[in-house]
Design a binder for this molecule. Structure first.
Ligand code: C2E
Ligand code: CA
Ligand code: CA
Length: 718
């Protein structure tokens, strides 16, 4: 770790050392001070005691010696040598006292003076030293003077005692002074410690607590996702370094967060927004309280003046670009295209790449033609060729658009609509722009739902057959019946073949439906044949889809039914349209020949509408021609139609084919057909398609279907 100009560790160890020193110093001052004061007092007291003792001893010595002196003066019985010894002792006591007593306060001088006075008093009365030997007689008269000289010495000693007391007083006073000094020192040190504590407390708050709080706040903010928060660096110490480290970590986290967010929301190839952002924008657009781009509030799905548009853009033949220029070339094209798309929108629109070669644009605030304008600008922008690896390329896109309306439920619906429009544009040819068409969409979704239901229709027993009699126009007898399929849809009700047969052909369901029809119709009619009153040779005609002929599987299924004796194949007619046969080339003819081997007859349905040539007709394994009702619609006043009808009848006669005229609706048509010698016919005038019980009853009644001239077909029904 690099050296720091400031260090919390240094600072705090210094602080603790200082406080410790103050405490130790305080304790030392206390201990030493108390000791000094005590010693001083003890010393003063001892000194005084010694002085007092010395003075007291001296006084006692003096008193005793004075008594002895007085006795000597009064010629008492005193041993002079003992007196002298006593005198020496007193002198020694004076010397000792002079040694004990200090010079201060004049004590030593006073003792010396007392000694001098004592000595002079003794000398004056012949009692000093060798004078004693020559002393004789009664000198009691000198006793008062001698006592007075002793009094002077005692007075001087009393001075010494007073001086000693003064010294004691001063010593005590000095002790008190010392004690004050010790207290002052201790208070000073205590104050220093208190000051230090306050100072360090303040510094701790400033340099320790606040930075730590700041760090904590920073961590909490980072946790809550605020990556831009930074901690202020108070000082360049350990915490300062920690704060700096935190800030650089937060900056790194911020950067990687931005990068991750960008990656999560953008397409890495083109830099455009991705699908997630598009979904988010659409969700915001549909949100109830979504903020308006111009700051207005509450623009929900109900607002009609601000309707957002969604454009879906798909590159035409992008696969070819990838195939010819490689994936790098394809990527380069997508990048350039993304740039051009960006240039076609306004600032608040959103361009996104949905994946592959598919892009989407949310056109905000489209109060009129904004979406169309963007589409127009895109088409303009694509007029210039793209240049990839020096290859110049002309690129077109298919665009579909949908606008959010009051009825658009959610983003997914808008997306579906725009997708559908794009799909329509694509199918209408390349480089097209298509606005969403609600009717086409409804039709498509309806068909999609129907397609799903159709898969289970046969198994669920939802199919029914109606039968329409085909009548011998000459006699009015019912020669046969045409089976016509219906679907009893559980929710949509009865659906006619036009609603579901083309779908069944698309999904392949026609195979099972066709088999069901053939099987059901042939068995039904076989049953009727057995009932009394019904012709034993009543035939049933069943419509076949060309897809039933082109697939081997379907053909085999038909063969299995026809092979079953219950179907009575020789009384079955299979109807195929002329146009269907024309598109299935030879396959259809071969298949029909295979079926014919079971004894069935073949009818060419809707004859005359398929533009097949007469030569084709000659090779078809047909037995019957069913003339399309279009030839009857203008009759009987329509001369050219009549001529056509005559021609067809003539051809049929020549080719030895039976003829059934379809769609006879009025008696004029019937009369004309009869006059032209047409064998058979069917139509609402004779009988409408009806459910099997109705047909069964009609057949059982043996009624002839020969309406009198002038009676036209009812609008509906038999
Ligand atoms: P199609 O084979 O030409 O059948 C005759 C159609 O004409 C029937 O319509 C019938 O109701 C109608 N029709 C009968 N008489 C008259 C009339 O006087 N005037 C008018 N305007 N129409 C008349 P439908 O039942 O709706 O059948 C329509 C078509 O559906 C049939 O035309 C046939 O091509 C097809 N279809 C019916 N059932 C099946 C089937 O089981 N399989 C296959 N593949 N197609 C079927
Ligand atoms: Ca038919
Ligand atoms: Ca027909």
């Amino acid at each position: 770790m690099p050296a720091r100009p400031r260090s919390l560790q240094r600072e705090w160890s210094r602080a603790f050392t200082l406080v410790l020193v103050a405490l130790v110093a305080g304790a030392a001052v206390t201990l030493v001070g108390v000791r000094v004061v005590t010693d001083h007092m003890q010393h003063a007291a001892a000194q005084h005691r010694d002085e007092s003792e010395a003075v007291a001893e001296l006084r006692a010595g003096l008193d005793a010696h004075e008594q002895a002196g007085l006795q000597l003066l009064s010629a008492g019985a005193v041993d002079p040598s003992a007196f002298l010894q006593q005198q020496k002792d007193v002198s020694a006591q004076f010397d000792a006292a002079a040694g004990i007593l200090p010079v201060a306060y004049g004590m030593r001088d006073a003792v010396r003076e007392a000694r001098t006075a004592w000595q002079e008093g003794l000398s004056a009365h012949g009692l000093w030293g060798s004078q004693v030997a020559s002393l004789h007689g009664n000198r009691v008269a000198e006793a008062p003077a001698f006592a007075a000289s002793g009094a002077r010495a005692r007075a001087l000693l009393a001075n010494v005692r007073r001086a000693s007391l003064d010294a004691l007083d001063d010593g005590v006073a000095h002790g008190a002074e010392l004690q004050r000094m010790v207290s002052t020192g201790r208070i000073a040190l205590f104050a220093l410690a208190v000051g230090g504590v306050f100072l360090f407390r303040r510094r701790m708050t400033r340099y320790l607590m606040r930075p730590v709080e700041g760090l904590y706040r920073g961590v909490v903010k980072l946790q809550s996702g605020d990556y831009s928060h930074r901690i202020s660096v108070v000082r360049d110490d350990e915490l300062g370094q920690l704060a700096e480290a935190f800030n650089s970590m937060a900056a790194t986290v911020h950067d990687s967060h931005l990068e991750l967010t960008f990656r999560a929301t953008h397409d890495p190839l083109t830099g455009l927004a991705n699908r997630a952002v598009l979904a988010e924008r659409l969700a915001a657009v549909f949100g109830p309280g979504a903020p308006h781009p111009e700051g207005k509030e509450g623009f929900g799905a109900g607002r009609s003046d601000h309707r957002e548009g969604l454009l879906i853009i798909d590159v035409d033949d992008f696969k070819d670009v990838n195939d010819s220029l490689g994936h790098e070339g394809g990527d380069a094209l997508l990048i350039q295209l993304a740039q051009r798309l960006r240039g076609c929108v306004r600032a608040h629109d959103l361009v996104a790449r949905l994946g592959g070669d598919e892009f989407a644009i949310v056109v905000m605030d489209d109060c009129g033609t904004a979406t169309d304008d963007v589409a127009g600008r895109i088409q303009d922008a694509l007029r210039d060729t793209f240049s990839i690896d020096e290859v110049r390329l002309k690129v077109s896109v298919s665009m579909g658009a949908a606008q959010r309306g009051a009825g658009t439920a959610d983003p997914a619906e808008l997306m579906r609509q725009a997708d559908f429009a794009m799909y329509m544009a694509k199918h209408g040819g390349k480089g097209r722009y298509q606005l969403f068409d609600a009717r086409g969409y409804d039709e498509m979704t309806f068909r999609a739902a129907l397609r799903a239901d159709l898969a289970t229709a046969v198994q669920a027993g939802q199919l029914r057959l109606d039968y329409q009699p085909v009548v011998n126009l000459g006699t009015g007898e019912i020669a046969g019946v045409e089976a016509l399929v219906r679907w009893e849809h559980p929710t949509l009700g009865r659906l006619g073949p036009a609603d579901f047969i083309p779908l069944a052909e698309e999904t392949g369901e026609i195979g099972s439906i066709g088999c069901w029809v053939l099987d059901t119709a042939s068995r039904h009619v076989a049953g009727w044949r057995r009932s009394p009153g019904t012709a034993g040779d009543l035939w049933v005609s069943v419509n076949l889809s060309t897809l039933q002929l082109s697939s081997d599987r379907n053909l085999a299924a038909l063969e299995r039914i026809l092979a079953h004796p219950a179907s009575q194949a020789d009384k079955v007619i299979l109807e195929v349209t002329e146009s269907a046969l024309a598109t299935s080339a030879d396959g259809g003819v071969a298949a029909l020949n295979r079926l014919k081997s079971f004894g069935v007859r073949i009818a060419i349905d809707d004859f005359g509408t398929g533009f097949s040539s007469l030569s084709t007709l000659a090779v078809l394994p047909a037995d019957i021609l069913k003339i399309d009702r279009a030839f009857l619609s203008g009759l009987p006043g329509d001369a050219p139609a009549t001529a056509m009808l005559e021609g067809i009848l003539e051809v049929a006669r020549k080719l030895d084919l039976a003829v059934i005229a379809e769609g006879i609706e009025d008696s004029g048509q019937l009369d004309l057909l009869r006059s032209l010698g047409c064998d058979m016919g069917q139509g609402f005038l004779l009988a409408s398609p009806s459910p099997s019980p109705v047909l069964e009853a009609l057949l059982a009644s043996g009624a002839l279907l020969q309406p009198p001239a002038g009676l036209d077909a009812p609008a509906n029904g038999v």
